[in-house]
Design a protein around this ligand. Structure first.
Ligand SMILES: Cc1cc2nc3c(=O)[nH]c(=O)nc-3n(C[C@H](O)[C@H](O)[C@H](O)COP(=O)(O)OP(=O)(O)OC[C@H]3O[C@@H](n4cnc5c(N)ncnc54)[C@H](O)[C@@H]3O)c2cc1C
Length: 389
């Protein structure tokens, strides 16, 4: 019997690879192994679901069984891959061993957890999956349909003023919750946005009621009823905040233990070449867990769509390097809608505002390498993308 192409992971990267492969090859057996249920959902919706009054059930777009049937894939759900043996081309899992002809690692990345003191430190939540979102939603709604119909107004302290932290802040404040954001930097999304635009975002969210605490971090979280919440959140500047829920949104990092134990080259992600092949023959990687040929990790939807398409062609027998075009990211902060196309890491240059809502990043030779747009100007993303060299 023909050994299957084995895909590990049922996130966007795993399912996109299966779908693209089936467009080119309808018959090679595909086995998709995943630690979760395999149900398909759009992960970006997790950070704007409250405003749309969508709970976990509404976010699930296609049940795992329907996905598997439509892609003609054998699904091995609720199964964790514990080891990869590249010499024998087998994966060892909680449900037994499987031999592969080709292996795709679509294992994603996991929320970074910083060590924290306090008897409620383990109650701090992160949201990086539909299952995480269910727990978060339940804590904020008492199982009711929306935060507005919950028994009392809830207070959320968000750790991290990056892209995901700001999206949650906007979503929750717009849904009638009280929101405080804590971050060691000086302004929101500071790593991606020009300083002036970051300041505009800070003001726009403050106007909606978001309370900011910059230049400090959460030191400990304890149980202990206070006015405004059942948790006491102590900051390292000495301030104490009340919260019902503490959400950590300080970033993701790939868990590389599986790949490293298999002897695959790893850095900040599983290292792949232009054809998405890892350092082992017949083993490929893409998605949030991969580090692409130019040394970049690209934890966004568009890179996965491009990588999935190229990898499917390679798996179907036509070796195809992935080519990433400029991929602007839309930031879901309706208080100030934003689109940002950052310059490649390491590009030396500076931001300047060319007109209201339009910021350009030029290198030392005055060549435009990135841009940021706000408000109504976000509709000009395609036009601006053409100006980037
Ligand atoms: C709240 C939020 C909002 C976002 N919004 C946007 C946005 O607006 N635009 C944008 O471009 N991007 C956005 N992103 C990023 C985007 O959603 C991710 O880049 C993408 O979903 C990652 O998909 P993935 O398949 O690589 O990883 P994941 O979705 O993490 O999937 C990994 C899969 O691997 C499985 N797995 C891991 N280890 C094992 C193992 N050992 N054995 C078996 N299975 C395993 C897991 O169970 C899971 O099924 C957002 C992310 C978050 C968290």
């Amino acid at each position: 019997m023909q050994n299957p192409i084995v895909i590990i992971g049922a996130g966007l990267a795993g399912w996109t690879t299966a779908r693209e492969l089936r467009k080119l090859d309808k018959t090679t057996p595909v086995l998709l192994i995943t630690a979760d249920s395999g149900d398909f959902y759009a992960k970006p919706s997790l950070s704007n679901a409250f405003a749309q009054k969508r709970g976990p059930a509404q976010l699930l777009t296609t049940p795992a069984a329907s996905m598997a049937a439509s892609q003609n894939v054998t699904l091995q759900a609720h199964t964790r891959v514990k080891a990869i043996h590249t010499a024998s081309q087998t994966v060892h899992t909680s449900a037994g061993d499987f031999t592969y002809a080709k292996l795709v690692l679509a294992t994603g990345a996991q929320p970074i957890r910083i060590p924290m003191d306090g008897d409620a430190a383990s109650a701090v939540l992160s949201v990086n999956s539909l299952q995480d979102f269910s727990a978060f939603h339940e804590r904020l709604t008492d199982g009711q349909e929306s935060a507005q119909t919950a028994a009392a107004k809830r207070h959320v302290v968000i750790m991290g003023a990056g892209l995901i932290g700001c999206e949650f802040a906007n979503d929750l404040i717009g849904s009638g919750l009280a929101v405080t954001v804590v971050d060691p930097s000086a302004s929101p999304i500071a790593a991606l946005l020009p300083p002036g635009l970051s300041e505009e975002l800070r003001e726009a969210l403050a106007k909606q009621g978001v309370a900011w605490h910059f230049g400090t971090t959460v030191q400990r979280v304890d149980h202990g009823a206070m006015t405004g919440g059942a948790l006491k959140v102590q900051l390292d500047n000495g301030e104490v905040l009340a919260a019902d829920v503490v959400l950590s949104a300080i970033g993701l990092r790939a868990d590389l233990s599986l790949a490293q134990a298999a002897g695959l080259a790893c850095d900040r992600g599983i290292v792949v070449d232009a054809q998405l092949q890892t350092s082992a023959a017949n083993v490929y990687a893409l998605g949030d867990g991969a580090q692409y040929a130019n040394g970049r990790t690209l934890p966004y939807v568009m890179p996965i769509m491009h990588a999935g398409k190229a990898l499917a062609a390679t798996l179907a027998g036509q070796p195809t390097p992935v080519q990433f075009p400029l991929m602007p990211v839309a930031i879901k902060t309706p208080a100030l809608p934003l689109v940002v196309a950052p310059a490649a890491p390491g590009t030396v240059g500076q931001w300047s505002q060319s007109e209201p809502g339009v910021w350009l990043f030029a290198d030392t030779d005055h060549v435009i390498k990135g841009f940021a747009l706000s408000g109504a100007q976000t509709s000009r993303r395609a036009e601006l993308a053409k100006q980037v060299v």
